[in-house]
Design a protein around this ligand. Structure first.
Ligand SMILES: [Ca+2]
Ligand SMILES: [Ca+2]
Length: 322
């Protein structure tokens, strides 16, 4: 995986469900693997699942893009926006060169016979020197240069996702935009920079699925706090210098289907309090139990003067409770 940055080991796909390994490529051609659009797309052998997916790809990378057969057997077109260069390698296979233009770039496969389309957002990170405390005017602060316990998930980042004002609504996955994960600092400053781990977004999509199985029809989860820069994390009073929020691997979430900017009464007892956060945390426990790759920290928090109850989730790789 040449040239890949600390941000992502390879071109990581954000999908709502499990990533399909390369060996499953054969089965992807089966008709039952097709979505409502009639075909499924893979990028570097990861399946894009859902109406829109995303990939993090470093500048200069080449993505292998393939589509399953369509019901009509019609050839597909792959439209690459600025910053990407798609070369057809067959009726349903392309190579996509990622140019040296950090930002969010659009890739759309289209079946002109049916009008079906499958978009993929390609997030190209911008190089970051951790010894600098800012990038293009966006304050970052100081990352710890020595990873915690030598664990590479705590390596200081050498690239950050670049988000321009027009990109805030770009989807990481069917139900989450990059804008939901941005740090709450410098509201007037553009571009902004962030880290978001694909496994975190996949975990949040799986939590949403679990909520819907409980009959709670949430469009998304409210991410009260996603990525935090080290300087912002310190400014809001946190003393931990290895918070998973600093590495794009944590989210403080609540469920808000009635859009009153507060947790819903999930346990149905007529009150909004930590019991609702504990109800949500218990649901996350069931997700972690069935998806070992989502293992991480989990804690329910009560309301205070500044916010309602919420749940911290992260994908640090080992279960931690507090
Ligand atoms: Ca609510
Ligand atoms: Ca309640």
């Amino acid at each position: 995986m040449r040239g890949h940055v600390a941000l992502a080991a390879g071109a990581l796909l954000l999908t709502g469900t499990a990533i399909v390994p390369a060996s499953a490529a054969e089965s992807l051609a089966a008709p039952e693997a097709a979505t409502a659009s009639g075909f499924k797309l893979t990028v570097d052998q990861h399946t894009i699942d859902g109406e829109v997916g995303s990939v993090i790809a470093p500048p200069g990378d080449t993505l292998q893009v393939a589509a399953t057969a369509t019901p009509s057997q019609a050839p597909l077109a792959l439209h690459a926006g600025p910053g990407l260069n798609a070369r057809p390698m067959g009726a349903r296979h392309w190579r996509v060169d990622v140019e040296h233009t950090p930002g969010v770039h659009a890739l759309v496969a289209r079946d002109h016979a049916t009008g079906a389309r499958q978009p993929v957002n390609v997030f190209v990170p911008q190089s970051f020197d951790p010894s600098q405390r800012q990038i293009d005017g966006y304050r970052i602060g100081q990352y710890e240069l020595t990873p915690r316990h030598g664990n590479p998930i705590y390596d200081p980042p050498t690239a950050l996702l670049r988000i321009d004002r027009d990109d805030v609504d770009a989807r990481l996955s069917p139900d989450f935009t990059i804008g939901q994960f941005l740090c709450h600092q410098q509201p007037q400053q553009w571009p902004k920079f962030a880290l978001v781990r694909p496994a975190l977004v996949a975990k949040l999509e799986t939590i949403l699925d679990a909520l819907r199985e409980k009959g709670i029809e949430a469009d998304t989860l409210t991410v009260m706090s996603g990525y935090r820069t080290p300087q912002y994390n310190a400014a809001i009073g946190n003393t931990t210098v290895y918070s998973r929020h600093l590495y794009g691997g944590a989210a403080d979430i609540y469920v808000d289907t009635n859009h009153d900017d507060e947790m819903d009464d999930l346990d149905g007892n007529g009150r909004i309090d930590i019991g609702d956060a504990q109800w949500l945390a218990q649901l996350v426990e069931t997700v972690d139990a069935t998806h070992p790759r989502f293992a991480g920290g989990l804690s329910a928090y009560p309301a205070n003067a500044e916010h309602g109850p919420f749940v911290h989730v992260d994908v640090r790789g080992t279960a931690v409770r507090w």
